[in-house]
Design a protein around this ligand. Structure first.
Ligand SMILES: *Cc1c(COP(=O)(O)O)cnc(C)c1O
Length: 457
C-alpha cells in the first residue's frame, strides 16, 4: 500500500495552499506564487514535480551532508524500526542506539566533552542549554547568574527560548521576545560595517562589545555567551581571525560559560569535526542537530563539558527536563550510521584537503563578476555579496530585492542556493564531486549574468 498518492504538480499545489501552513513562509505571497514541490532526490540533486533537476547547493537546510539516497542510512533506520521503533530514556531507562551514539559523538568531540543530552532539533537543544546553564549556576550557589549574552542577527532556532537567543529583529517583534535574561551584542560582520577598520581591528571591537555588556550588567549576573562559530542563517558571517580568541579570553576572564552552537558547523562542515576545533575555542556546551543525522531523521542534542556535567551529576538531584523523543532509537541508529559513513569515507578530511579547497578557489573567482563585492568560504560554507558598485562600494536598496531575484535565477538555472537579503549563501553536501563543483560555479555565473541583464533593463 503506497502511503502517498500520485498527483500532478497542480494538484499538490492546490492541496498545499488549502491545508498546509509552512514554516518561515509569507503565506499571502505563497498563495499567489504556489509552492515548489520537491518530489525526490539523489546524490546532490533534487527534483521537483515537473522533473526539473537542481543541484542542491544548500544540503536541504544545511543538513543533508552525506547526500541523498544513502542506502546505509536507510538500512539503519529499517533495521532499528524492526528491532525497537521507540522507547524512552526517562525514569532510569535507556536503549543501545542512544547509548552507542552518545559514546560515538564523544569520540569525535573536543576532550572536555564526555556527555550528551539528546533532543529532537537544534531549537530544543538550545532550550535545554538555557535550562542547564541556569541550573548549573543555581547549583554553584550563584542563582543571580542567569543572563545569557547572544548576538544581533544570530540564529539559534525558533522555539520561545531559542528565538530569544536568536538575534533576528523580525522574529522578536512578532511574539514579544526575547524572554527576560537574554541580551544581544554586535555580530562580527566586517563587510556589513563601514569598513573603516581592518577586519582584525573590527573583530576585536565586535568581541569587546561582549565585555562592555558584561560590565554593564555586572559580571556576577552573566551566565553564558552563545555564538555560532560562523553565523549561518544570518548570512554566513565568517568572523575576522581576531574575533574568537578575544571572545574566549573574555569568557575566561569573567568565568562565563561559552556555548558553541554547532548545529551547522558540527560534524565536518568546516573541514574539522566542529567549529570549535576550527577556531580553537574551548566551549562548555556545543549544540548540534542538522548534520548529525544528515537530516534523514530529526535529531539534535547538547554536548555537555565535564565542568558542567560534573556539577549537574554530583550536586544535581533531578533535572526536570526532557523530551518524549530525546534519544529516539531510530534517529540515533541513523546518526550512528551517518557518523560511521563520514568516518569511513573520510568526508571531513575530504573537505579539509580536497573538495573544500577546490570549491573555495573557484568560489573566489566570482569576485570577477561586476555584481559581486565580496566572497568568502570556509570548508563547504560560503557566501557572496551582491553590490551595485564596487569602487566606491555601494549596495542596492534591499527593498529592490536583487538577492531574491538572483536566487530565483539560480533556481531556474538548476542550482538551489539561498538569499539572505543581498547575500547569497551556499553549503553543498560533503559528497559534492569536482565536476559538480564546476557546475555549481558555472550556474552561479549564469544566474549572475541573468540578474545583471534584468537590472539593466
Ligand atoms: C537551524 C539552526 C538551529 C535550529 O535548529 P532546528 O533543528 O531548526 O530547531 C539552531 N542553531 C543554528 C545555528 C541553526 O542553524
Amino acid at each position: 500500500m503506497a502511503a502517498i498518492e500520485k498527483r500532478s504538480r497542480g494538484d499538490w499545489q492546490e492541496l498545499d495552499r488549502k491545508h498546509y501552513l509552512h514554516p518561515f513562509t509569507n503565506h499571502k505571497e505563497l498563495h499567489v506564487q504556489r509552492a515548489r514541490i520537491i518530489t525526490r532526490a539523489d546524490g546532490v540533486y533534487i527534483y521537483d514535480a515537473d522533473g526539473h533537476k537542481m543541484l542542491d547547493g544548500m544540503s536541504g537546510l544545511w543538513c543533508v551532508n552525506a547526500g541523498y539516497g544513502r542506502q546505509e542510512l536507510i538500512d539503519a533506520a529499517t533495521r532499528q524500526m524492526q528491532e525497537l521503533p521507540y522507547y524512552n530514556s526517562f525514569f532510569q531507562c535507556a536503549h543501545p542506539p542512544a547509548i552507542e551514539l552518545a559514546s560515538i559523538i564523544r569520540e569525535v568531540s573536543p576532550a572536555q566533552f564526555n556527555r550528551v543530552f539528546f533532543a529532537g532539533s537544534g531549537s530544543e537543544s538550545n532550550d535545554t542549554i538555557v535550562r542547564m546553564v541556569r541550573t548549573y549556576w543555581d547549583l554553584m550557589g550563584q542563582p543571580e547568574r542567569h543572563t545569557i549574552i547572544s548576538r544581533n542577527n544570530a540564529y539559534h532556532g525558533s522555539t520561545v527560548a531559542a528565538a530569544s537567543l536568536s538575534g533576528m529583529k523580525a522574529m522578536h517583534k512578532q511574539s514579544g521576545l526575547p524572554i527576560p535574561g537574554i541580551v544581544h551584542v554586535d555580530q562580527p560582520y566586517w563587510f556589513g560595517s563601514d569598513q573603516s577598520l581592518t577586519p582584525d581591528e573590527f573583530g576585536l571591537v565586535a568581541a569587546r562589545s561582549i565585555e562592555t555588556k558584561i560590565l554593564e550588567l555586572g559580571p556576577e549576573k552573566v551566565a553564558a555567551f552563545i555564538g555560532e562559530p560562523i553565523q549561518g542563517a544570518g548570512g554566513v558571517v565568517v568572523p575576522p581571525d581576531s574575533y574568537w580568541p578575544e571572545v574566549q579570553r573574555i569568557c575566561d576572564k569573567y568565568g562565563i560559560l561559552l556555548i558553541s552552537d554547532e548545529v551547522i558547523t558540527g560534524f565536518g562542515r568546516l573541514g574539522k569535526w566542529f567549529g570549535a576545533d576550527h577556531f580553537k575555542t574551548r566551549p562548555d556546551f556545543m549544540t548540534f542537530a542538522k548534520g548529525v543525522s544528515s537530516g534523514y531523521l530529526p535529531l539534535g542534542g547538547v554536548m555537555v563539558s565535564d565542568r558542567v556535567a560534573d556539577v549537574l551529576i554530583d550536586k544535581g538531584g533531578e533535572f526536570y527536563h526532557g523530551y518524549t523523543y530525546s534519544g529516539h532509537p531510530v534517529a540515533c541508529a541513523v546518526a550512528i550510521a551517518n557518523i560511521k559513513l563520514i568516518q569511513r569515507d573520510k568526508l571531513v578530511e575530504r573537505i579539509r584537503d580536497d573538495i573544500g579547497p577546490y570549491l573555495q578557489k573557484k568560489w573566489a573567482t566570482l569576485m570577477d563578476h561586476p555584481l559581486v563585492g565580496d566572497t568568502r568560504m570556509v570548508g563547504l560554507m560560503g557566501a557572496f555579496e551582491i553590490v551595485k558598485t564596487k569602487d566606491p562600494l555601494e549596495r542596492f536598496d534591499e527593498k529592490q530585492g536583487v538577492g531574491p531575484m538572483c536566487r530565483d535565477n539560480l533556481i531556474a538555472s538548476g542550482l538551489c542556493l539561498r538569499a539572505v537579503g543581498d547575500t547569497i549563501i551556499c553549503a553543498p553536501p560533503f559528497v559534492l564531486s569536482h565536476s559538480e563543483a564546476d557546475e555549481l560555479i558555472e550556474t552561479t555565473w549564469k544566474a549572475l549574468d541573468l540578474t545583471q541583464k534584468a537590472l539593466a533593463e
